[in-house]
Unconditional design. Sequence first.
Length: 310
Amino acid sequence: MKEKIKTFFAICVLVLTVPYIVTLLFQGDKTSLESGKVQEILGEDSFEDLQAEGKDMNVEEYLAGVLAKEIPLDYHIETIKAQAVIARTALTVALESEDVNLPESMSREEMLELWGREGFEENYRVIEEAVTATKGEILIYKEEPIQAAFHAVSAGKTRNAKEALQKEEEPYLDSVESELDIPCSDYLKVVFLEKNEYIEKIKKACPELEAAEDNIMELVTVLKRDSSDYVTEIKIGEKVVTGEEFRGYLNLNSACFYLKEVEGKVRIVTKGLGHGLGLSQYGANELAKEGKDYKEILQYYYKDIEIKKN
């Protein structure tokens, strides 16, 4: 009987430890992270904040997981370094706020499942290079970390936060030219909706709307656009919503959209992918291909900021 009990516990130990051993074998020395580097990445105060919040988390590894979610890893390394600084800035802001809302991250196990062993090793080396090369660096405006907004593709020009959000305290989110986005396959998208489908979607914003297919284009009126041509206000029936809200109702690529009736359907043309504020990842990647380093890229997309170690 004692032998059976010993055998049972031995099997339990084996079941619990095998996944850990397999993970270590897959990751290897190249992807191991030393706890001492964590404090170098965000500084001792931030690391202590994490511990005070009761979060058992390796910050450097968490940043690696953020990068895995936020940017294509076949982009130029200077672009990925720029995104690493953005991600670290966002994490710093989250840790310093009362309501801690951390950027989404992926665990190594999730990366391994997503990419497989070879893809994991290759991608993680890229991520670790970007995190290490920028260690501790965040974006600062007037001695405070910025709201480091970014998006996938602009509409040829990024947006001004004052126009888009009516916010005065983010002057670093100014509009800049980003015409290098134009060749991107996600720059322009054309969607055709049946009239009844279109009515169903806009009724999410205005359920009481009395809609008929014969006056469908009179139901919605664009009231305002910003200087980058993104819709800021749009009227549905008697209700006024933001361009971003309307974008959400119709699941559009961006709020830079144009509506027109064509051959009995509603044609919606969108430019760009994302909200259009801050850094354009595609545009940044094109700048990197032209020889710009990550600091030059960040200083182009964010006005009057400094890049400092936290």
